[in-house]
Ligand binder design. Sequence first.
Ligand SMILES: CC(=[NH2+])C(=O)[O-]
Length: 126
Amino acid sequence: MKRIISEELPAAVGPYVHGSMINGILFSSGQLPIDPKTGKMPEGIEAQAKQSLENCRVLLAHEDMEMKDIVKTNIFMDDVSDFAKVNDIYAAYFEDGEYPARTAYEVGNLPLGALIEIEVIASKGN
Ligand SMILES: CC(=[NH2+])C(=O)[O-]
């Protein structure tokens, strides 16, 4: 198994790596919406959803993958009433209709008071 740590992503906030790769399948850790340039989270669910997705995109690029290589996404939200806003932002990261499987949850509380955390499983060239 390869443990993935990227200098282009915000440092882990606990004992985990950014992702693990085994047999060509990438398993990401949950990507909090931390801006790697500032080390801070932007305000509001739209900006946080974009940042978490950007962090997923950067992790995938580290392994020469793209958003279209995602086979499953898990989205964890502080408040499921943000569902529609998150859907609009999420959809823009994929070609029309070319979405991977996904599960979305309201989880109550997330680390560091984040409004969202996103994890992906990806496999190149599907
Ligand atoms: C933020 C995160 N992925 C964790 O496991 O704490």
